[in-house]
Design a protein around this ligand. Structure first.
Ligand code: AMP
Ligand code: GLY
Length: 418
């Protein structure tokens, strides 16, 4: 039996491990209490000391830090780019320069590390104002606002290091784009690129897209409003030139390139690249590919992905249950009711899966909260609305003190192509 090591400890890694375990033996490092309870082996041993046929690196930080390079140096087969390719996510100013060289449509921008020139550039922009940390900030380093005074304050807080430490000492100020967003994940083996179905995530903490940006409060896939012609257009305008630029720079990218795309009135524009599966997008994408995932990720890692459409079945919706205070200062340590010893719903269901993002077991063996996003409850169905009903049925059965969630995930999913 083939063996796979998954690196990471969140709901994305839970989803990956769960799907990969359908066709192989899976070990997660370090994993979390909920992943272990679900019958998937979790070990504290670092990936570098483990043996497997395939290594799948979940989060961005180890990719940026060069874990994929270290493993490849040891002769391991790895799904995830090396540190050079990971710069597409690790540094927004690198990404923006790269996009300009590649000719990929994106928002106009400037990058700054001093207050005077940043504020002067800001005055030349019109609302919505968009200010981003250059470095990694767990999806929280972006302010989008119509309020110029708030934008000015944000520039000063980021550059001073007060808001995000060193990640914010360089900032990117961007033209605000307007349109519908989609997350297009593209599997790449260094040469061939194959898109998965498009997903949409819900980044703001509150219903109606109000409140702070978070890592993501829920997601659904596929996106009925995105036609296959529109996917072809995104591939042509955004992904193909990116792959050509990667080749020009001699950067081999084996992993998933996650394009955050804004579909504007003047065509699709790239908001950002991530170099790993989205979280919570993985919690809806991975279940749609089920049994084929192991082989496809292995083919990517080996540089022998075939250019073909990957079959996805049905639809999925995930609802994130977060702790009170998220995304700023989440409370921790509250007992979670409604899940059993295996970390799943008390009344077992095939069409609802509880992926654990940040849970622990207390001395009595009960699951307790351990961070901002606690659980991602995924419902599966024939359509997005079926999947949505199941996700919320599952979420309704789970409770912990102060828990927050959005009630409008996938509520108004357009079935009309735009
Ligand atoms: P990012 O981390 O760059 O994806 O930004 C997080 C979120 O902020 C995106 O998903 C968008 O919703 C929003 N955003 C980022 N850049 C822009 C932009 N240039 N115009 C409008 N919204 C943006
Ligand atoms: N859901 C957004 C991200 O993973 O970056």
């Amino acid at each position: 039996m083939k063996r796979c090591v998954v690196v990471g400890s969140g709901a994305r890694e839970h989803a990956l491990a769960w799907a990969l375990a359908k066709s192989g033996e899976v070990v997660v490092t370090p994993g979390n209490a909920g992943i272990a309870a679900h019958g998937l082996a979790c070990v504290a041993t670092p990936a570098i000391d483990l043996e497997a046929d395939l290594f799948v690196i979940g989060p961005e930080q180890p990719l940026v830090d060069g874990l994929a390079d270290q493993l490849r140096t040891q002769g391991k087969t790895v799904f995830g780019p090396g540190t050079a390719g990971a710069q597409l996510e690790g540094s927004k100013s690198f990404m923006k320069e790269f996009l300009a060289d590649a000719g990929v449509p994106t928002a106009a921008y400037g990058d700054f590390s001093d207050e005077r020139s940043a504020l002067a550039f800001l005055e030349t922009m019109s609302a919505p104002y968009v200010i981003k940390t250059d470095g990694l900030a767990a999806g929280k380093g972006v302010l989008v606002t119509n309020d110029l005074a708030a934008a000015r304050r944000d520039v000063l807080e980021k550059l001073s290091g007060a808001a995000f430490g060193d990640a914010g000492r360089t900032i990117v100020i961007e033209e605000g784009l307007v349109g519908e967003e989609c997350s297009l994940h593209v599997l790449c083996d260094g040469t061939t690129a194959v898109p998965l179905v498009a997903a949409q995530d819900f980044k703001r903490v509150g219903d109606g897209d109000e409140g702070a940006n978070t890592g993501g409060m829920g997601a659904y896939a596929p996106m009925p409003s995105l036609t296959s012609d529109q996917v072809v257009e995104i591939m042509r305008l955004i992904i193909t030139p990116t792959l050509e630029e990667l080749r020009r720079r001699d950067l081999e990218f084996r992993g998933v390139l996650y394009a955050g795309v804004m579909r504007t009135a003047s065509g699709p524009k790239l908001l950002e690249y991530n170099v790993r599966f989205g979280d919570p997008e993985a919690e809806v994408l991975v279940p749609l590919y089920g049994d084929s995932l192991f082989d496809v990720l292995l083919q990517c890692a080996q540089g022998r992905l075939e250019n073909r459409t990957l079959p996805a079945s049905g639809a999925a919706v995930t609802v994130v249950l977060a702790a009170e205070g998220y995304p700023y200062s989440p409370r921790k340590g509250d007992v979670i009711d409604g899940i059993g010893d295996d970390g799943q719903l008390l009344e077992a269901r095939e069409d609802v899966i509880v992926f654990h993002a940040a849970t622990l077991r207390n001395a009595e063996g009960r699951f307790i909260t351990r961070g901002g996003r606690v659980l991602a409850v995924t419902g599966l169905g024939a359509s997005v609305s079926d999947a949505r009903r199941r996700a919320y049925e599952g979420a309704d059965r789970i409770s912990f003190k102060g828990s927050i969630r959005r009630s409008d995930i996938a509520l108004t999913v357009s079935t009309v192509a735009r």
